[in-house]
Design a protein. Structure first.
Length: 404
């Protein structure tokens, strides 16, 4: 924040929160590896970009910390959890690729692999650059419609929620695949969502945990920027076998309503989270919660309706004040976080009033104890309409060894 000066009170609170975020570790039984470890998959849990304002976007990066080259697969998903586009990147050892979401939504993809020997990877013979091919104007139009909740051109189906504005929303994943796959502007093609039980060919062999990444939200018109690290998801084939237990992508390996295996070997996320909130004082911009949630299916829906799972409920949301007094503000039927991904202001949660301007939230983001679902929580605190602090929520449980 070059050239900016914080008031002493704001600077002090920022310093305290940065220290808290830096030293706080995950709770629960500690059996799931969730943290800033190099991973085989990166989750960028929320994005937004105003299609009418190129200065309102998300910048994100991916780095290869391994000692050899890798091919990774970038997948865009809507806030209904529908994959809309997938393309490959070639990353040399210790390579970094930075991307602008506005460029991708406009059909301009980064070109990687020039001058490299790509033929050593499966299905890459004759390939000289990734991603191959281009994006047709019709595909760009579909991509923008899907991420703004508008009908696909010429149809009455929608792949995302219509918020009534021009902001494209969704989330991103990046996986190590170590193979070439066609550029895919089609729903689900070349993504983890279409790989059936017994088919593990999407993922790189050997479970290489080599990726790290981060992202920044930029809004030039509002003079705002905020950022965080991507969610690093570790792969471990020695632990996550085909036993039907939770894995990050395990929801796509289902027969007759039952998850069949853990072919992706990815560590599952937690379902219950704690988040500090500040809704006054120096942080007069309040607290936004970025919340990613696992959805049970990824199909499009009629634009006059919604997916069968919508809206997502939760077991409950508790709030505590700074004296530790606990209050349930949502239980069962409330829908403050109804989508696969969203950014929600704490001040606009509704439900029972918060117990104070400063406190904490306990977010039980499964439908019930018997029906666990993965989630991830990122709180973002804002001050004076210009300054912000983003950090990871704290997991209260983990889903390792449990079955859906």
């Amino acid at each position: 924040m070059r050239g900016m000066k914080l008031r002493p009170a704001v600077a002090l609170v920022l310093s305290l929160l940065v220290c808290t975020a830096a030293f706080a570790g995950p709770t629960g039984n500690g059996s799931c590896m969730l943290g800033a470890f190099p991973g085989a998959t990166l989750l960028y849990p929320y994005f937004e970009a105003d299609l009418n304002d190129p200065g309102h976007t998300m910048l994100f990066s991916v780095s290869n910390l391994g000692g050899t080259s890798h091919i990774v697969r970038v997948v865009l998903w809507t806030d209904y959890g529908v994959p809309t586009m997938a393309f490959d990147l070639y990353l040399k050892a210790f390579d970094i690729q930075t991307m602008n979401l506005q460029d991708i939504l406009n059909g301009s993809l980064p070109q990687t692999g020039q001058g490299q020997s790509l033929g050593s990877f499966p299905h890459c013979a004759g390939t000289t650059v990734l991603p191959g091919g281009g994006i047709l104007a019709a595909s760009v139009a579909r991509l923008k419609a899907r991420h703004t909740g508008k009908p696909d051109p010429g149809t009455t189906v929608c792949a995302g929620f219509n918020h009534g504005d021009s902001i494209a929303r969704g989330y991103l994943t990046i996986d190590v695949t170590d193979q070439c796959q066609p550029l895919s502007p089609s729903l689900g093609v070349g993504t983890p969502s279409l790989y059936s039980p017994g088919n593990s060919v999407y993922y790189a062999s050997g479970d290489p945990n080599v990726l790290t990444g981060d992202f920044f939200f930029v809004n030039n018109a509002a003079n705002q920027a905020e950022g965080n690290e991507a969610v690093h998801i570790v792969s471990d084939s020695s632990r996550f076998q085909n036993d039907g237990t939770f894995t990050f992508y395990g929801r796509y390996y289902v027969i007759n309503g039952q998850q069949q295996g853990a072919r992706d070997h990815r560590t599952p996320l937690a379902s219950t989270w704690f988040s500090r909130y500040v809704n006054g004082g120096p942080f007069n911009g309040g607290t936004n919660l970025i919340i990613w949630r696992e959805v049970p299916s990824t199909g499009v829906a009629s634009c006059s309706g919604a997916p069968a799972w919508f809206p997502l409920s939760q077991e409950r949301v508790n709030a505590t004040d700074e004296a530790g007094n606990l209050k349930t503000i949502f239980s069962g039927g409330g829908f403050p976080f109804p989508l696969a991904t969203q950014k929600v202001a704490v001040s606009q949660l509704g439900g029972a009033p918060l117990p104070g301007s400063f406190g904490g939230l306990q977010l039980y983001l499964s439908k019930s104890e018997a029906h666990k679902r993965q989630a991830y929580v990122l709180p973002v605190l804002s001050a004076e309409g210009r300054y912000s602090l983003g950090y990871n929520g704290t997991r209260i449980d983990d889903l390792c060894g449990l079955k859906p």
